[in-house]
Design a protein around this ligand. Sequence first.
Ligand SMILES: NS(=O)(=O)c1ccc(C(=O)N2CCN(Cc3ccccc3)C2)cc1
Ligand SMILES: [Zn+2]
Length: 258
Amino acid sequence: MAPWGYEKDNGPAHWHKDCPIANGKNQSPIDLINGEVKYDSGLKPLTAKYVPFSDAKFLNNGHSVQFQPSAGNGSELTGGPLAVKYNFEQFHFHWGNNDTEGSEHRVDGKMYPAELHFVHWNSTNPSFKDAVGSGGPNGLAVLGFFLKVGAENAALKPITDLIPKVKDAGTSVTVPSNFDMQAILPATLTDYYTYDGSLTTPPLAECVKWIVFKQPLEVSAAQMEAFRSVINRDGKPMGGNYRPPCPLHDRAVKTSFK
Ligand SMILES: NS(=O)(=O)c1ccc(C(=O)N2CCN(Cc3ccccc3)C2)cc1
Ligand SMILES: [Zn+2]
């Protein structure tokens, strides 16, 4: 099979051939249906502590654009539904070719134009890869933020300004060391959905505690257009790099809000 992608001949409907877990019972993304979620008063606030990275790349890996530090630096996530500390690994995006599509998770069937994923791994593992393979839903913790078109996002501007430099698959650029990742996050990480799921790209491992925030972040139309200029390995616009929702099966989606 051609390397996986999002086109007709290698998209989500094909992934099960190399990754049979694609048809598993804990797959992501899902449609977050407000009438079926359950408020959990035990869910604590989340705390993300991000330290500026001295050596990080912004890259086009053929299926997303990704902020990737060369090594950990103590940036971590704790609290919420998490029992232990998770180390920051990378963040990346999924988007559409127009404003009516692009996010992976949906809310009552509604898609947002894009979704931002902050990926963290359970610090009781020796590495990110071990955490992916650790079995069970506590290997990774991924924060999902919906993006909607509105005011320019000043915190994301240093990243969206780099997009033209990574237009082609396999290219990367160094991120200025004064980039403040913490500024991307809302001041308080409240009001989120959380459920046990999977990576939304191959290997689709069912190792993720998903934490999806109810409140979208805003980006300008120009920032959205920057994403839509990114090219994949086939030389086509990368927009549409989102997996459709998967069956919930007998999972519960909990919320930190009523
Ligand atoms: N969209 S998402 O947030 O679900 C997400 C997607 C991909 C990744 C990611 O960095 N990798 C997936 C596994 N891969 C490398 C790998 C590791 C172990 C075994 C095999 C291969 C890297 C993280 C989060
Ligand atoms: Zn993702």
